[in-house]
Ligand binder design. Structure first.
Ligand code: MTE
Length: 338
């Protein structure tokens, strides 16, 4: 391991952000969660080229262009899957497949020549490949043209002020702020213009909300749902009845700014507003704190519920779907009051 993230699976490497790192506004790169479908490819930065419709660029070309920097929360769509019941298939993520870092790179639209008429989507191809469900494939995902050409959709070269590390997609990855992490293709080697919607495995068979109960058609997983985490106190912490406890965490939403975070110590019957700090960028998470005084001894579940400016709020219970995506239930920690 060249990394402090905590493995969930080793080959391919999938690893949680350590709990202590979630208290920080900016997650150190070494602690940032890692999500890989295949073994990590070895990409030689010197010979690497990004193939674009009608042209190719080298790393030096990208470095010579104006860079855009943004602080961005990245969350795996499968984060919190193990809280769903019955347990859906897939990597058994707890609740720490999320982190927030500073990214910089070149807006994709600054790299693209005029697109062929009729282009509806852009396809992004990673250098990693392997077997999934008996088929050999690369990691490939598409974006609607409007989203791909958004000025904040970046071809990222650096994370927290340093060149990208192999785990996070060196030498260059896509970054789609506000969307679940699956859209941000690592080890990016090719961008293709498509006239038809892409139906590849990681687009049509994975990363879809599949209900299976009502027989509703699959819906694509896109924008990150409103969510919060409690970084302090930690799970199982001991607190004193009558003594003030600092409760702190972060909240984020891909749809709109965070408008409020509330805390409950009675299972969600009553809620009190937390104090919010400003996020470092519209895509960074919003730090929040709350002064809480435990009133009774025993095991107490603390809950946090974020609401965004579009009115989206976290539900008390995990919204179930067959592949286990988008669990944005209220954050919770159990503490022991004495
Ligand atoms: N890109 C490639 N090429 N291969 C992958 O397996 N995983 C995706 C995305 N990009 C993936 C990828 C998923 S599901 C997530 S959540 C993010 O990368 C995770 O990025 P990180 O490992 O830098 O945290």
């Amino acid at each position: 391991m060249t990394n402090d993230a905590e493995p969930v699976t080793r080959e391919p490497l999938n690893a949680h952000t350590p709990a202590a790192a979630l208290a920080e506004r900016v997650t150190p790169t070494r602690a940032f969660y890692v999500r890989n479908h295949f073994p990590m490819p070895k990409v030689d930065a010197a010979s690497w080229r990004l193939r674009l419709p009608g042209r190719e660029v080298a790393l030096a070309d990208l470095r010579a262009m104006p860079q855009r920097s943004l602080e961005v929360v990245l969350e795996c769509a499968g984060n919190g899957r193990t809280r769903m019941s019955p347990l859906p298939p897939g990597t058994p993520w707890g609740e720490r497949a999320v982190a927030c870092a500073g990214f910089s790179g070149v807006p994709l639209r600054d790299l693209l020549p005029p697109l062929p008429p009729g282009t509806r989507e852009l396809l992004f191809v990673g250098a990693d490949e392997g077997e999934a469900h008996g088929k050999s494939m690369a990691y490939e995902r598409s974006l609607p043209v409007e989203r791909a050409l958004h000025p904040d959709t970046l071809v990222v070269l650096a994370m927290n002020g340093e060149p990208l590390t192999p785990e996070h997609g060196a030498p260059a990855r896509l970054l789609v702020p506000g969307w679940y992490g699956m859209a941000s293709v690592k080890w990016l080697v090719e961008v293709r213009a498509l006239r038809e919607p892409f139906r590849g495995f990681y687009q049509a068979e994975h990363y879809v909300y599949r209900e299976q109960r009502g027989g509703a058609p699959d819906a694509p997983v896109t924008t990150t749902r409103v969510k919060s985490l409690i970084a302090e106190p930690r799970e199982g912490a001991q607190v004193r009845v009558g003594a003030r406890v600092r409760v702190a965490g972060h909240a984020w939403s891909g749809a709109a700014a965070i408008r409020k975070v509330e805390v409950s110590d009675d299972g969600g019957r009553t809620w009190s507003a937390a104090r919010l700090e400003s996020p470092a960028s519209p895509y960074a998470w919003t730090p929040w704190t709350f002064d809480w005084t435990p009133a009774r001894p025993g095991r107490i579940a603390l809950l946090a519920r974020a609401t965004d400016a579009a009115g989206n709020a976290q539900p008390l219970e995990a919204p179930w779907n067959a592949l286990g995506y988008g669990n944005h239930e209220c954050a919770h920690v159990d503490v022991d009051a004495r």
